[in-house]
Design a protein around this ligand. Structure first.
Ligand SMILES: Nc1ncnc2c1ncn2[C@@H]1O[C@H](COP(=O)(O)OP(=O)(O)OP(=O)(O)O)[C@@H](O)[C@H]1O
Ligand SMILES: [Mg+2]
Length: 347
């Protein structure tokens, strides 16, 4: 449709076609009748053929197919403007992104379709999560530090008295008591270290993580013999600024967990690349995976499903990455495997 305003021809088709929002016209079955350029960009598709004759469901995670169908039917039947919702889409490269979706009716030749308008909100969600995680971890760190302080002092004095007692008399239980106390004190110290990594007075230095990953993997060579390991380092020259031993420990913890998640044979893939100002590291394993309700617990001190685990590894990862201004996201499917995706600001 063309409208003349003060002798300028307004071409509405061009406005829609070049809109920054992804705009779809869909039928009740999710069939795609129209899509603009932003849809291709959103899904990182290069050719319109990749979309034509497909249904929108091709690009949606399976768990939102049913609610999406409901919305399409609702907008077409009631012809009402639906409240906006947040959803996820799968890009052509497999990356899952967050989108905000608004759905309004679209009338054409006496028929009603759904006009779906999408905006990529992945970056906003990442920023929100970072802020949330940081607040959560800060309060976790405070709580842990004060508990450690309260418990460590009396335990240290018990240890002192125990040593005095050992000097004056001997009993086989005294050694056991002392070593058990040592263990308790060590756990407390570890909790303090992982919850408040900024207490480390290690200097910030330039680190090329891409180059460090190989030597980290080397530490696990014995355990890796019946696994396929792929190290895929791109942009190896990129550096981040950070506390070296803390960051290496975080990646050590991630690789250790990936190995422990694979009961028999499997694959571990570590990817390093640079994108949009961030250094990305993905640690992917084909292990047992993590149940959805347990993913929320990752990062909580002492959460473990292993008989000999301390449950401090992932806490160390979260707190360290957060302290370095980065972020962690986890994708996991039970029985298929897990991906830990770390982002750190590039230097
Ligand atoms: N890659 C993974 N695959 C499956 N489960 C994982 C993975 N990474 C972490 N987990 C789950 O998260 C829990 C917590 O991990 P975390 O590293 O904090 O402690 P842990 O591995 O149990 O003990 P520790 O690291 O002290 O040996 C694990 O027990 C496991 O259930
Ligand atoms: Mg661990």
């Amino acid at each position: 449709m063309k409208l003349k305003i003060q002798s300028i021809d307004i071409d509405f088709h061009q406005i829609v076609e070049n809109s920054l929002n992804a705009i779809w016209i869909l039928g009740t079955e999710g069939e795609i009748l129209y899509f603009n350029k932003a849809c291709m960009k959103l899904l990182k598709l290069t050719s319109p053929e990749d979309i034509l004759s497909k249904k929108l469901y091709t690009f949606l995670p399976p768990d939102i197919h049913a609610p999406c169908k409901e919305r399409l039917i609702k907008v077409i039947e009631t012809q009402a403007i639906l409240e906006s919702i947040e959803a996820k889409m799968i890009r052509s490269d497999g990356e899952v992104i967050d989108v905000e979706v608004r759905t309004v009716p679209y009338h054409l030749k006496g028929k009603v379709y759904a006009q779906v308008i999408m905006q990529d909100i992945t970056q906003r969600k990442i920023a929100e999560k970072l802020l949330n995680d940081r607040e959560k971890l800060a309060s976790l760190g405070q709580t842990a530090a004060s508990i450690v302080h309260e418990v460590k002092n009396p335990l240290t004095s018990v240890k002192g008295f125990l040593q005095l007692l050992k000097e004056s008399q001997s009993h086989s239980y005294l050694d056991t008591m002392e070593s058990e106390l040592e263990k308790a004190l060590e756990t407390l110290q570890n909790l303090l270290l992982v919850s408040k990594p900024n207490l480390h007075d290690e200097p910030f230095v330039s680190i090329a993580l891409g180059k460090e990953l190989e030597s980290l993997l080397f530490l696990f060579q014995e355990k890796l013999c019946n696994m396929k390991v792929e190290l895929n380092v791109r942009d190896a020259e990129r550096t981040v600024v950070g506390k070296r031993s803390l960051l290496l420990k975080a990646f050590f913890n991630l690789i250790k967990n990936a190995i422990e998640a694979i009961p028999d044979k499997g694959m571990i893939e570590i990817e390093h690349y640079y994108e949009n100002g961030w250094v990305h590291i993905k640690v992917r394993d084909t292990g047992v995976g993590i149940a959805e309700d347990k993913v929320k617990l990752l990062g909580t001190p002492f959460f473990t499903t292993k008989s000999d685990g301390t449950g401090l590894g992932v806490t160390q990862v979260f707190t360290t990455i957060n302290e370095h201004g980065g972020g962690v996201s986890v994708q996991s499917v039970v029985g298929e495997g897990t991906i830990f995706h770390i982002r750190l600001p590039a230097e």
